[in-house]
Design a protein around this ligand. Structure first.
Ligand code: ZN
Ligand code: ZN
Ligand code: FE
Length: 764
């Protein structure tokens, strides 16, 4: 065979390869290797036909996966010889309208290096233009109203491209070929600065002026990609405190934004994994360890060893940060638990009491998307809040399932739509306890169904009768949709199994704060044997009273009283612990009575509440300003040099019931003896790790199961997660935990969806 003989080959590439600059990439790669041929979108990816010398085609195939556009994700490539058609060029075939509809929508992408270079190049025609973007970067998910992903279906439809922009858009050799949000200062969106009354502040450079206001300690509302941020200079304590007062956010940590890694170095330390996370195109908030002393104001994350940090991700942010800031507080533009503002008029209306000035623009945000939050723990990146930059990337399941809509949990709500082997989790919707949250929930469901073109065959929701998400599901059921109700902790475990693509029975440890149990009690310290079709509750923390119900979540001292009473009875008030010196004796006696007489005392097996009880007994926190605060402060306090632990004990009637007594007694005795809280905290964590591993061994003996799946909000505790994974692995268990999907209630919708779909489709 002559070496220069012309051959042909076809390649079917599957995955996320549409609408991500993949076709121009292949076009350029083919030209580089002197190949002719064509590329077309298919329903599952793209089909490529190339012609040329065997050597060049081999090289082309080898290079194909090495330098992919950042958003492309290949799940498989099929290669086969093809018939030579003697084509004399390489062309990109237009998509049929049908195929265009099935294209996966990309998440929003931080401004790329090429665009950044142009942004700061005084000779470039887009110099200092805050909406510069290209096929590899810019807004996507947040500006789409319908599919296919064309400019007319985005909020860019109001801007008609000027001639230079249009010719870039039309040229397959250009970085802006079919970049839907393509724009420049002549034809695109503009930034404006407004006072808190909405009045326009006319100035030559609104961004520079906004930066000056920030330096003076003013609060700015800044319109970003997925919504408004409230911003102050993170080094300006008075400004940070004023923002906290106005936003009614007393202690919950605030996220900050910096222009580059050098700036972050001044106040936080980073591992190479954390640097990679920070600089990824998703630009999440990354939880980092604060440096001591920390250059930033203490009010940013008080009493916290960590700080949430992100790099600038839009050109507007870069221009703002270029005015010599180490860090800006960038917290969501809302009043405590409401959804963030996205619309200019709505922002002016809702945030005028909070912000002194508004830096806005006229590119509309169609779909609200908070910043994503990620932490690198126990060898993996753990997504804590899944939103901007990630959504709507699907979770790839191990097999196709029937279409289903899962409505998620009550707090940290997300919803999930399954289509085939793809599970699409929504962006973080948040708290469904208010009507604004519920509206956002309904709107997101409608929007996702439209842009993903999914019509679910049935629905999944929680067992809790009062959740608004349950009520929504019941309404749809009345309209004729079939509904499957999934227990909260079962959903947690199946969520973990789904993202790890495993099936069959596992030992599932679901540790969290609150979830409605199959017996009507509040569960949260659960040992399940589960798969996607069902579960057995083989063990749990023994029930204790939750005096006052939901009030105990805000007041951990109530849980302490409940646990102490269950161990020491009437004698508990004789204990020499700080709790009884700090809390009003009248309140104490009243609560003790409630427990003794079992008035308004739901039962709980919650692990989160056990953390609360211990935090209050050792005197570090009696009430909390935000969810999980007591447990978080208990974790951060732990002395990492301490290796002691307390005894533990379980009953094995009616499943294993772990008794709180030995642990509580140990904590009390240490506290009475003046052992430092840091040491008690370390011993408490160590006890949980040993106890959990011991019970897993016991369950393994009886069930022959060797795989353990960990899920639930308590596993956000790095000390516990790290320690337990290590301990269980040493014992020969295979351990699965969550990383691309939140381990907290943000991951519940995925578990619900897979349980519901798996129940309808038992084909394996
Ligand atoms: Zn770009
Ligand atoms: Zn233009
Ligand atoms: Fe939960």
């Amino acid at each position: 065979m002559a070496p220069d003989e012309i051959i042909a080959r076809k390649l079917n590439v599957n995955g996320i390869v549409q609408g991500v600059g993949f076709r121009p990439y292949i076009y350029q790669l083919a030209c580089m290797h002197q190949l002719t041929g064509e590329i077309a979108n298919t329903s599952s990816g793209v089909a490529i036909h190339v012609e040329g010398s065997r050597e060049n085609i081999d090289l082309f195939c080898k290079c194909l996966t090495t330098n992919l556009p950042p958003l492309a994700y290949i799940t498989g490539i099929d290669e086969a010889p093809d018939i030579v058609r003697e084509l004399n060029a390489f062309s990109i075939l237009p998509s049929t309208p049908d195929l265009k509809r099935s294209t996966l929508i990309s998440p929003d992408v931080s401004v790329c290096d090429d665009c950044l270079k142009e942004l700061f190049d005084p000779t470039d025609r887009r110099f200092a233009y805050p909406f510069i973007n290209c096929t590899n970067c810019g807004p996507r998910y947040t500006i789409i109203s319908d599919i296919p992903y064309d400019r007319c279906n985005t909020s860019m439809k109001h801007f008609v491209m000027c001639d230079p922009c249009q010719s870039e858009y039309d040229d397959p050799q250009n970085r802006r070929f079919h970049a839907q949000p393509n724009a420049c200062a002549v034809c695109g969106p503009q930034v404006t600065l407004h006072g808190s009354d909405g009045g326009l502040i006319s100035c030559e450079n609104p961004i520079e002026r906004a930066a000056r206001f920030l330096k003076e300690g003013k609060i700015l509302a800044i319109k970003g990609l997925g919504g408004f941020h409230l911003s102050v200079d993170a080094c300006h304590t008075a400004a940070v405190e004023r923002l906290r007062r106005r936003k009614r956010r007393k202690e919950k940590p605030l996220a900050v934004m910096s222009p580059n890694l050098e700036a972050i170095c001044r106040y936080a330390s980073m591992t190479s994994e954390e640097k990679a996370l920070l600089t990824s195109f998703r630009r999440p908030i990354v939880l980092l360890s604060k440096k001591k002393p920390c250059l930033l104001s203490d009010a940013v994350s008080p009493r916290n060893l960590t700080i949430g940090v992100m790099l600038a991700y839009t050109p507007l942010h870069y221009l703002l940060m270029d005015q010599e800031f180490t860090a800006l507080v960038m917290t969501s533009g809302n009043l405590s638990e409401e959804p963030i503002a996205i619309d200019n008029a709505d922002a002016l209306n809702r945030l005028s009491g909070l912000a002194d000035y508004f830096l806005m623009h006229d590119r509309q945000i169609y779909l609200r998307s908070d910043d994503s939050l990620v932490r690198h723990v126990a060898g993996a990146d753990r997504v804590i809040r899944r939103s901007r930059g990630i959504v709507p990337m699907p979770v790839f399941l191990r097999r196709p399932l029937p279409s289903v809509l899962a409505c998620g949990a009550e707090l940290k709500n997300t919803v999930c739509l399954i289509s085939g082997s793809r599970a699409f989790l929504s962006q973080h919707i948040g708290n469904l306890e208010n009507s604004a949250g519920y509206d956002f929930f309904c709107m997101t469901i409608a929007h996702m169904q439209r842009i993903l073109d999914i019509t679910p065959h049935f629905l999944a929701c929680d067992l809790h009768p009062d959740y608004l998400s349950t009520r929504y599901a019941l309404e749809q059921q009345q309209a004729g949709m079939e509904l499957v109700r999934v227990q909260h902790h079962h959903a947690h475990i199946v969520s973990c199994m789904a993202e790890n693509r495993i099936h069959g029975k596992v030992i599932g440890l679901a540790f969290d704060g609150t979830g409605y149990g199959a017996d009507g009690a509040i569960w949260g310290g659960e040992f399940l044997i589960a798969d996607e079709t069902g579960f057995d509750r083989v063990g749990h923390l023994a029930y204790v009273s939750m005096p006052g119900g939901a009030a105990t979540i805000r007041e951990p001292w109530r849980m302490a009283v409940s646990c102490l009473y269950s161990v020491f009875g009437e004698n508990m008030q004789n204990l020499d612990i700080p709790l009884f010196r700090e809390i009003d004796p009248k309140k104490l006696t009243f609560l003790q009575d409630m427990v003794a007489k079992d008035i308004n005392c739901p039962r709980t097996s919650s692990m989160g509440r056990l953390f609360d009880a211990v935090a209050a007994i050792i005197g570090i926190r009696y009430t909390v300003a935000y969810e999980g605060q007591a447990a978080l402060e208990l974790e951060m306090l732990a002395d990492d040099g301490e290796s002691g632990s307390y005894p533990f004990e379980w009953l094995s009637e009616d499943g294993y019931q772990i008794l709180p007594h030995p642990i509580i007694q140990g904590v009390v005795r240490d506290t009475e003896n003046g052992v430092l809280p840091a040491v008690v905290s370390a011993r408490f964590h160590r006890t949980l790790i040993c106890m959990t591993a011991a019970l897993c061994r016991e369950i393994r003996r009886n069930s022959d199961l060797n795989r353990v799946a960990l899920s639930g909000g308590v596993f956000q505790n790095a000390l516990l997660l790290n320690g337990l994974i290590r301990e269980l692995s040493t014992e020969g268990f295979t351990v699965f935990s969550q990383s691309v999907v939140p381990t907290n209630d943000g991951g519940i919708s995925l578990g619900q969806a897979v349980c519901a779909a798996g129940n309808r489709d038992k084909s394996d």
